[in-house]
Design a protein around this ligand. Structure first.
Ligand code: ZN
Length: 492
């Protein structure tokens, strides 16, 4: 459903964001995920900063009972959906639903089935062990090793083995070495074989199984916690937040009772879970407002679109930093703690540890990058549409005046320089020189899908959205944690 926040948007230009934002967001995801991994327990520290039940640090009064365990169950999607899903996985779509395999790097005609290695000698590499040593232990010559490794480009990676790698050898009492199998990559085996013409190599696809799973969760304490209970990986949680990050400020706007539902792919191999695939569709209910997104390829690679066909991406991020590191907003206080004066506060404060990366919220050019006693280290960025964003109290600045920056690019680090009582980012959003509330200002929307793609989009989206309706079961009882201390931008 188009939401009011989204519907309020106007100014339908910004065709550039589709291309630009995609790249920026991909970079952003990686950056977010790595930062997230570095500080996986930040959600726990939120508890210490109790006062305001803001953000991810909502105070639990009934932590667990009302949080239903997420269900994961298989979902059968129509054929068309399966094809769409794997648009960015050239190998995968050849392996699902009997679609013909068309050749992975160097794979030859052996497509009818996996080569059986049940009688082969399997060696798992131990720490410190070299391939040379493995060959010697098996009675194989150094010359053979040389031939094997240099058989072709693919086999040269055999020189770089790691503990835990597995090799299977087909050895004959009389002939000696017949072939070996190694893991080439996630999706294929590498076979090196002795034939009449000497040593040759080929790859063979491994059997990957793409499963569609669905899950949902309700937030009582933090998104983090709810995602864990829904058995979502950290990576998937960040991707979920990233899909809705243009509409929802995950740092400051998440509340108890918010909930999510999603349908995503899992990749399994040989009966073992390997990794998560793409999120196919998701819903996030934030403070009673419902946001939905469907994955769809409009010709530039898969992306996420609202049910009305508008891209989820917009020209500006709602929050210019990683929500997992934001522990709490500051207390609303119009009375400035340092100047002891009551004065207007022109931005939003994100309390976060010193060093937390600060991102450019949109594409633009750096107009100021400097230091003064009041702002500390500060950066101003000029964007299109007479929009300017400002970032204050930084511990470090990574950009200089004149630099072009992309949405999601790290421009500096959170700090407490200038007039600040503790590390936080003071973020301002100006339109035509006038301060606007960064958390509520209308963000310029992107153009919706063209008419000729809408039909295809709807046929993809409808069954997924219908499925989300079934997956998303609002809990009967919510935690009673009331957000009695509502956030205000009039702080700092
Ligand atoms: Zn401030």
């Amino acid at each position: 459903m188009a939401t009011s926040r989204r519907a309020r948007s106007r100014r339908p230009e910004l065709a550039q964001i589709v291309a630009v934002a995609r790249k920026a967001a991909l970079n952003g995801i990686e950056r977010i995920v790595s930062a997230f991994r570095e500080h996986p327990r930040i959600g726990g520290t939120a508890v210490a900063l109790i006062c305001i039940g803001l953000v991810i640090g909502l105070i639990p009064s009934q932590p667990d009972e009302s949080e239903p365990t997420a269900q994961i169950k298989p979902l059968t999607l129509p054929q068309q959906q399966a094809e769409m899903v794997s648009a960015d996985m050239p190998v995968s779509d050849q392996l699902i639903d009997g679609i013909d395999f068309e050749g992975v790097s160097g794979a030859d005609e052996d497509l009818s089935g996996q080569t059986s290695v049940s009688d082969w000698t399997v060696v798992e590499v131990r720490p410190g062990q070299t391939l040379e040593r493995i060959f010697r232990d098996l009675g194989l010559s150094a010359r053979l090793l040389h031939e094997v490794v240099n058989a072709c480009e693919e086999t040269q990676q055999l020189a770089r083995i790691r503990p835990g790698d597995e090799f299977a050898f087909d050895l004959d009492d009389e002939e000696g070495f017949r072939s070996l199998r190694a893991e080439f990559d996630e999706e294929s085996w590498l076979f090196v074989e002795r034939g009449e013409d000497g040593i040759s190599a080929r790859t063979e696809p491994r059997e990957l199984d793409y499963r569609v799973v669905e899950t949902q969760g309700t937030i009582t304490t933090s998104l983090y916690r709810a995602a864990q209970q829904a058995e979502l990986s950290d990576n998937l949680t960040m991707r979920l937040a990233n899909i809705f990050g243009w509409d929802i400020d995950f740092a400051l706007e998440i509340r108890a009772g918010d909930r999510f539902a999603l349908i995503y792919e899992q990749v399994w191999r040989d009966g073992e879970y390997l990794r998560d695939g793409p999120i196919l569709a998701a819903r996030f209910v934030n403070q009673g407002e419902t946001f939905e997104a469907v994955r769809f390829d409009a010709g530039n690679g898969p992306d996420y679109f609202a049910p009305d066909g508008r891209p989820m991406r917009q020209a500006f991020l709602r929050a210019p930093l990683n929500f997992t590191r934001v522990t709490s907003n500051f207390n609303p206080r119009r009375f400035h703690p340092i100047t002891r004066q009551v004065r207007p506060h022109n931005g939003t404060d994100y309390g976060a540890p010193t060093g937390t990366p600060v991102w450019a919220s949109g594409d633009g050019r750096v107009t100021r990058s400097g230091y003064n006693n009041r702002n500390g280290n500060y950066i101003f960025i000029r964007h299109g549409n007479n929009i300017e964003t400002r970032y204050l109290h930084l511990s470090r600045r990574h950009v200089s005046v004149g630099d072009r920056v992309r949405q999601g690019e790290t421009i500096g680090r959170v700090g407490a320089t200038g007039m600040a009582t503790g590390p936080h980012l003071h973020y301002e959003f100006l339109v035509n020189g006038a301060h606007r509330n960064p958390r509520t200002v209308d963000l310029p929307p992107a153009d919706p899908l063209p008419d000729d793609l809408m039909e295809q989009f709807l046929s993809t989206g409808r069954p997924l959205l219908a499925r989300l309706d079934e997956v998303d079961q609002p809990p009967l009882m919510l935690a009673s944690a009331e957000d009695s201390c509502s956030p205000s931008t009039d702080s700092c």
